[in-house]
Design a protein around this ligand. Sequence first.
Ligand code: NDP
Ligand code: GDR
Length: 363
Amino acid sequence: MTKKVALITGITGQDGAYLAEFLLNKGYSVHGLKRRTSLFNTDRIDHLYHDPHEEGVDLTLHHGDLTDSSSLMRIIQLVQPDEIYNLAAQSHVAVSFEEPEYTANSDALGALRILEAIRILGLQKKTRFYQASTSELYGLVQEIPQRETTPFYPRSPYAVAKLYAYWITVNYRESYGIYACNGILFNHESPIRGETFVTRKITRALARIKLGAQKQLFLGNLDSLRDWGHAKDYVEMQWMMLQQNQPEDFVIATGEQHSVREFVSIAADELGIGIRWEGEGVNEKGYNIETNECIVSVDPRYFRPAEVETLLGDATKAKQKLGWVPKISFGELVSEMVQEDLKIAERERLIQGSGYKYYARPE
Ligand code: NDP
Ligand code: GDR
């Protein structure tokens, strides 16, 4: 039987790594689009990768960029994929306020470039397309919980760019009959989450604080509410969406909401650090109950020009039509992240203890 061929953009990212593993286990031939970087950035997929000179290689990486049509056209023509998962993006909401034009170029026009490549190369009937849409589309929420029919109100350059990508995906589906769909995914995390997203920032910092390698953790809006799931559960859904008879858009969420402050407290509990909270707004601090040392402080530099205060998803459609239920609970997610970051902090301590230099970036 011939293998199905998948192309993943953003394969070096959190979701790309989990999805590549998932598809390889399903027997796919997996191709990934990777940006050229001055240092290796394939840490998340190194365990899946083989030397291309060896036999039986199922994972092939290609240099390309969402901002470069020529590379996208070349790779899609070469690979002739059955499925494209467009996961690549400048995915940091706060950074999108600092790099709005680049974010629009990669996150909005990037999706268009891929859809155009499918159309121009005559792959409309062959290639199925998944767009990584986001709960950030709901921004200033118009309905609680948010579902597929909830109106969008984006609140950042990132979300506005993703709004374009959402609609261009719908438009190419309706205009050219391409099997194209949006997964409107709520926040999903894991031990390989980028270190500057709030969950990973918290688990990494608290693990280091526990081992005495760091004194304090500076955060922004502690009251922000999110619907956090596990990335492993969510990539399965990305694949399921491309296996249906008709392309449709789906919300993927747990239906459970927690604040940033709660995330800190639960992660601290997991490490055996009790936290007592004091103060209001920017003066808010969290103290270690045992030592009375202040370990969490609010730094307004992490506030955003416009904030998304609350997100809570309703994934009823995915549950009914795709039979999907998330397998990993919030508590298990936090625990796994904390334990993995503790191992990293211990390794760091070991390296330093052996007389080698180790520079851990503060955030
Ligand atoms: P990450 O930030 O971990 O990964 C993003 C990936 O995109 C990386 O591989 C990155 O490469 C790549 N990339 C960035 N810019 C470009 C570009 N111009 N050309 C090619 N590749 C590029 O994101 P996640 O894995 O967390 O998210 C995957 C997708 O899902 C993103 O589109 C994100 O916006 C979206 N999303 C994520 C959610 C989440 O909670 N995780 C929720 C909803 C949507 P490099 O490694 O070189 O930086
Ligand atoms: P988000 O994730 O913006 O929801 O986007 P992030 O983890 O960055 O922020 C979540 C909430 O926490 C608040 N917050 C902080 N955030 C960061 N990064 N750093 C801090 O110090 C901090 N303190 C408080 C934020 O203000 C926010 O309210 C993620 C990304 O993965 C997007 O690509 C994706 O589309 C959405 O999730 C769904």
